[in-house]
Design a protein around this ligand. Structure first.
Ligand SMILES: Cc1cc2nc3c(=O)[nH]c(=O)nc-3n(C[C@H](O)[C@H](O)[C@H](O)COP(=O)(O)OP(=O)(O)OC[C@H]3O[C@@H](n4cnc5c(N)ncnc54)[C@H](O)[C@@H]3O)c2cc1C
Length: 390
């Protein structure tokens, strides 16, 4: 079957869904996007985007917009959360550009979402809000989608970009639930009077905890995320909770004074329960027939490699490249899934490993500190990741 104009339906208007709609429409494919929310919105938190991702955004013509709203750290600095001691650092800035051909950036999620949304709108992609996908079936290569609001579609391709609790997964016979990681993320933004002279990503590591902060909004705010081990809040799907600093400080235990000062500057904390799925093990988990999963719908990961949104954007780029091939829908989906699943699985696994390293204590923590001090950038850099996809 060959693809018809306006025959691709993207379910979900987060970073992944918008990236897919943009990349596919840039290939000349006819795309519609449906989103359950009544308005497009993103939560108040930041994301880091590595050179593997900024390169794609550049390709899509988004670099000028990115330059206005992102911050571009000169280094990633790791510190001991208890003593405050610097453990090691990875130069980013000019080194990332030189080695990987694109910058390392930190951006507020709402800014990244807006850049993508404006580009999708400029492509003329129809965006239908308040449409929550409730049923997805695939039989003999025919996909059927129905929303709670009564919309019915039979697209040639469904791009399931409906996030962690994806309903689109059903069409691939995937009925398993995400798993709670035992980790909680406290997130907040500190307004900055003046942008820092030099922007950097700082990671504080300690027993069963780590904290990351970096400037966003072109240096007008500091994004802070503190990860601790803890209990699942009452409703796992209601992931965004109000939180109190006292709860966080109790969970952290003793920390260095400079770190405490950063955390005390956060005016409001939000608490997120972190869920993931085990790393992918086959292409069939990313796409079959007329259904392609993308982003967190396919491979939700722990945020310890800072690549969940990045992998969604890479997925979108590869899906669009496969769409350029002369082939049937099923063959294009097969090529997409074959290309993407090993890399996504590798990133998922590395994120799990990073969590263990960041939160280590005793001899393992001691070994980590020693390795970072002696080998520095060599253990902190991730060339296979930042080199990106072709
Ligand atoms: C603490 C934390 C820090 C992170 N830091 C980083 C980072 O530094 N770098 C990075 O790259 N990533 C990071 N991530 C990961 C990143 O946020 C996610 O991987 C990314 O946002 C996933 O995008 P998505 O579009 O796949 O899913 P989502 O953002 O979840 O979007 C899914 C969309 O689908 C919609 N939807 C859901 N169900 C339906 C339905 N049934 N019908 C219609 N619409 C539906 C939702 O409303 C939503 O708009 C972090 C995550 C966390 C929790």
């Amino acid at each position: 079957m060959d693809i018809q104009a306006s025959d691709i339906l993207v379910a979900g208007g987060g970073i992944g869904g918008l990236a897919a709609a943009l990349a596919l429409s840039r290939q000349g494919a006819g795309v519609q996007l449906i989103e359950q929310a009544r308005a497009f919105a993103e939560v108040g938190a930041g994301v880091q985007i590595g050179p593997n991702v900024t390169r794609i955004l550049r390709d899509w013509g988004l670099e000028p917009g990115l330059r206005l709203v992102a911050s571009f750290p000169h280094a990633l600095v790791a510190r001991d959360a208890r003593s405050g001691r610097e453990l090691g650092s990875l130069p980013l800035g000019e080194r990332a550009e030189r080695l990987y051909g694109a910058p390392y950036a930190c951006i507020h999620r709402a800014d990244l979402h807006r850049l993508l949304l404006e580009a999708v709108q400029a492509q003329g992609v129809p965006l239908l809000l308040n449409q929550r996908v409730a049923e997805v079936h695939q039989q003999a290569g025919q996909v059927s989608v129905r929303t709670e609001q009564g919309l019915a579609r039979q697209p040639s391709l469904l791009v399931g970009a409906d996030g962690l609790w994806s309903c689109s997964r059903q069409a691939l016979g995937l009925h398993d639930s995400p798993r709670f990681t035992g980790h909680l993320a406290y997130r907040g933004l500190v307004p900055l009077q003046t942008p820092p002279a030099q922007s950097q990503v700082t990671v504080w590591m300690g027993p069963r905890l780590h904290i990351v902060h970096y400037p966003v909004q072109a240096g007008r705010a500091l994004n802070v995320v503190a990860i601790v081990h803890g209990e699942l809040p009452s409703n796992p799907q209601d992931w965004d909770h109000a939180a109190h600093a006292a709860q966080l400080f109790q969970a952290l235990g003793p920390i260095s004074r400079p770190l405490r000062q950063v955390l005390e500057a956060v005016p409001n904390w939000r608490l997120w329960a972190l869920n993931d799925r085990p790393p992918l093990t086959s292409a069939a988990q990313m796409g079959q027939g007329g259904v392609a999963l993308l982003g967190d719908a396919a491979h939700p990961m722990r945020p310890y490699l800072a690549q969940g949104a990045g992998m969604a954007i890479e997925d979108a780029q590869v899906l669009a490249q496969c769409w350029g091939d002369k082939a049937t829908v099923a063959e294009r989906v097969r090529r997409y899934a074959e290309q993407r699943w090993p890399r996504n699985a590798q990133v998922q696994a590395r994120a799990i490993r990073n969590g263990r390293i960041f939160h280590a204590h005793g001899p393992v923590g001691w070994g980590r500190n020693l390795a970072m001090g002696v080998l520095g950038a060599r253990v902190m850099d991730v060339p296979w990741l930042y080199q990106g996809i072709d």
